[in-house]
Design a protein. Sequence first.
Length: 192
Amino acid sequence: MAQPLMTLTASFDVNQVDDGIDWVFADIDSAINSGHNSPEPYWNRDINFSAGQVFRIAINATDKNKTGFDSLEVIDCCLITRPRILSCGPDVRTHYGMPSLFVDEEGKQLGALYQINPSAFSIHSTGVDPKKGKRVTLLWDGKLTVGPYNGFWDISFYVTVRIKRTGEELEQLRVFYFDPEGEIGNGTYPPN
């Protein structure tokens, strides 16, 4: 049975003081339209993946303080995965998950660091919200596939962006990130 194409949406305000990103794993329209201040309980939760699932990455930036935010450009972007212990104990060999929960187009295991080409992000949508000011959403033209695994991983997403504002010559470079846990199956070895 085919699974719907999902989007891992990273959302932040260009004026926020901290460098944390809100995230949601859903279809892109639901993620962008619900907004990260929504009471929706799915924002910032651990991510439950399914083996064989295909997804994209979207970056959604807003300008709540209406500071003339004009455009957003990705400078660098990467996903870092760290496998967690699946089983251990006396007289039991310790088992870890694979280095990454993702596979390439041929189904080959990826390493723990996955760099995304910054030029592969294009403008998906722009708009103005009365409460959040200008919004720019960039969508990665590529896709990632979840491997046929069972386990837990720490997933870190880091992105460096160039923020341009109307009437300002200086551009602002910012680094934003998030660190949820990802899970496939029930996370044990052997799978139950």
